[in-house]
Design a protein. Sequence first.
Length: 163
Amino acid sequence: MSHPSARKGKDYEREVVDKLGTASVEAERTWGSDGRSRGLDEEVDLVVHGVLHFQLKRPADVPSYLYPPDASSASLITDEKEGTDYAVLWLKPHVMRMLQLEPISPEVQRSSRHTVGNQWAPDEVVHGQIIREDYKPDSDLVVFRAGTLRRLLSSVREHSQAD
């Protein structure tokens, strides 16, 4: 029988894949919750469109300062040691809309760095974290580096204007 915390983590991974799937976002768990099974970092639990890599966490408590003020907001947090800015958003429909964008093929990426249709050209593989506090079923948070969030938002904005 598996360890309770491992079972809890795997259940959460399945929940997130199902939630993203209902929003038409292509998401897959890594085998054994180990990104090395796909040639990625060990911490990668979830892959969206093959280029968005997420680590999923389900701690008993999430620090209250991480929570954005409302469903349409984001919290911006700076890691003073590293000088890195992070954006924390609720995993709500507008964030899932960002994740619906598919990465552009490498051939198109070489010819253009702009959004084409419902695609986006990442400058790098995108890493993020999805966190949910235990026992709060609709409290998923998504954490990205602020630069990554800017690129994703720019892609969504360009795609929305094209529609």
